[in-house]
Design a protein around this ligand. Structure first.
Ligand code: ADP
Ligand code: MG
Length: 337
């Protein structure tokens, strides 16, 4: 029933940034090269995400917000999608139960775009006009989430300030813009002309880090990749971009971890890396910047973690962490002077 769906949805999406992350991942998944986010009242009033990706076929629009329908969508060709982002088919369904959700989308093959309004998992009945309705539009998809949690008062009460929520949203987009070098990212508050984040598509990883985290960090970066270690543990490859021992700061920037292209937390990995750095850096100022991307055999990763719990689980965790940590240590020793 709708009440059950609403409660379930309120558990999957507990803050505007959770909704944003899911929608952003869908845009990235759709091979977008520009993604623009606009935020009103911390995303509670409105969250608008516009991409230039492959769009959604008209025939799929009716079931877009039904749960677990992902694999029925005709755009669902690439099996690797399950292994990275799209494994649950629950995000849009959940969001449609706890907000006013509308979608405008156009595929390359279609002469027109279609606008759809959803309510509780289905196309909403409209008083006038068709749903989906043919409209003018560019290739790509725009998702608009309005009045998030309008029907979940307990959630609304637990959110302390729209400003906190806004910064959580900004933080998620910043991290994806470090990881997804194929795309440009923009964030602004709705109605403002200045962008809080503006990462053009052609910017390199270092330039992105400079723009977001400053020159202090960007000037002291070590970058390295590994494609051969750890095969027997299911580790396919990893890449690291982290500050050298020449950079010390008393300001904490929590490490950024992507596993199989998903932004995750991994406490054991974080602790292990911080220990390595602590041996090089002065006490009290031992806060490195670390961005680490791991590719692990998909069957070894529990991607089915709850969206609100970013903590990831994978097989051979200790071995993989040790391997990665040792490699980082090696690089730090090379540059320590
Ligand atoms: P999942 O991503 O787990 O499949 P979602 O509810 O997040 O579930 O999305 C459902 C489906 O809608 C996606 O699998 C994708 O096919 C389609 N979709 C959603 N957003 C976009 C987008 N921005 N561009 C193209 N297709 C999209
Ligand atoms: Mg998704």
């Amino acid at each position: 029933t709708n009440v059950v769906n609403k409660i379930a949805a309120g558990e999957i999406i507990i803050a505007p940034a959770n909704a944003l992350k899911e929608i952003l991942e869908n845009s990235i998944d759709a091979q977008s090269t520009t993604i623009e986010v606009s935020v009103k009242e911390g995303g509670l009033k409105q969250l608008q995400i516009t991409d230039n990706g492959h769009g959604i076929n008209k025939d799929d629009l009716a079931i877009l917000c039904e749960r677990f329908t992902t694999s029925k969508l005709s755009t669902f060709k690439d099996l690797s999608t399950i292994q990275t982002y799209g494994f649950r088919g629950e995000a849009l369904a959940s969001i449609s139960h706890i907000s006013h959700l509308s979608v405008v989308t156009k595929t390359k093959d279609s002469p027109v775009a279609y606008k759809c309004v959803y309510a509780s998992g289905k196309l909403a009945p409209t008083k006038k006009g068709a749903n989906p309705q043919a409209v003018a539009g560019k290739d790509g998809t725009q998702i608009v989430v309005e009045d998030l949690f309008y029907n979940v008062p307990s959630r609304l009460r637990s959110i302390r300030s729209p400003s906190d929520e806004y910064y959580k949203i900004l933080d998620v987009v910043q991290k994806y813009s470090i990881h997804c070098l194929q795309a440009g990212f923009m964030v602004k508050k709705t109605g403002e002309s200045n962008y809080a984040l503006m990462i053009r598509q052609n910017l390199s990883l270092k330039e992105r880090i400079r723009t977001i985290y400053g020159s202090g960090i960007a000037n002291e970066l070590l970058e390295f990749n590994e494609t051969e270690a750890g095969e027997r543990y299911g580790l396919v490859a990893f890449s690291v971009c982290a500050t050298s021992p020449n950079f010390s700061s008393s300001k904490k920037t929590p490490p950024i971890f992507f596993i199989n292209n998903r932004l995750v937390s991994c406490d054991p990995l974080r602790k292990s890396l911080q220990q390595v750095y602590a041996a090089f850096l002065p006490k009290g100022a031992n806060h490195p910047f670390i961005y680490l991307s791991l590719s692990i055999s998909p069957e070894n990763v529990d991607v089915n973690v709850h969206p609100t719990k970013r903590e990831v689980r994978f097989l051979h965790e200790d071995e993989i962490i040790e391997l990665v940590t040792e490699r980082v240590q090696e690089e730090l020793m090379k540059t320590d002077n």
